[in-house]
Write a protein of this length. Structure first.
Length: 164
């Protein structure tokens, strides 16, 4: 009985953020109602949801995530990034396989994770299930990514050297 009530309350909380009339309105983009960071502020000792901020196509072959940690717990919502990870891992409790990381950068190539780590403005970032946009500092690179059936479409804009 407690499980049924918990699930019912969870369902009520998820739909209570917008009135039903607004949620069904043609003017509401339902993807804007998803908080990709919900449940990501977790660690092995204490669970707050144990989810990853995955960007990808429905039933796509690979998902994409900000990486700024090691092992299965490779994401922490702290405004830092050391790469964009191609992953098959749906949850931090399950190990990954076949993953790789890429990190746009300028200047000399920095292979060491600590050296290539950058910051992004969490208030200006766009993180949705279908699209991610990050402003990477200090290299001044705008990174945009959308998942596709077999990979991703990525656009990198290098602002370094522009006047303005």
């Amino acid at each position: 009985m407690n499980k049924v009530i918990s699930l019912l309350l969870l369902g009520i909380n998820l739909t209570a953020s917008l009135p039903a009339a607004e949620l069904n309105s043609e003017n509401v983009v339902k993807l804007d109602c998803v908080n990709l960071l919900q449940g990501t502020d977790s660690e092995v000792a204490l669970s707050h949801g144990n989810t990853l901020p995955l960007v990808g196509a429905p039933w796509g072959m690979v998902d994409w995530s900000i990486e700024n940690g090691e092992g299965s717990w490779f994401f922490h919502p702290n405004g830092k990034i050391d790469g964009i990870r191609a992953t098959h891992q749906p949850s931090p409790w399950i190990s990954d396989y076949g993953q790789f990381v890429f990190m746009p950068q300028t200047g000399a190539l920095r292979m060491d994770v600590a050296e290539r780590r950058a910051e992004y403005d969490t208030t200006r970032s766009i993180l949705r299930p279908d699209y991610e946009r990050l402003e990477l500092q200090p290299d001044q690179i705008t990174t945009e990514l959308s998942g596709t059936e077999r990979g991703a479409a990525v656009r990198l804009t290098f602002h370094q050297g522009e006047s303005g």
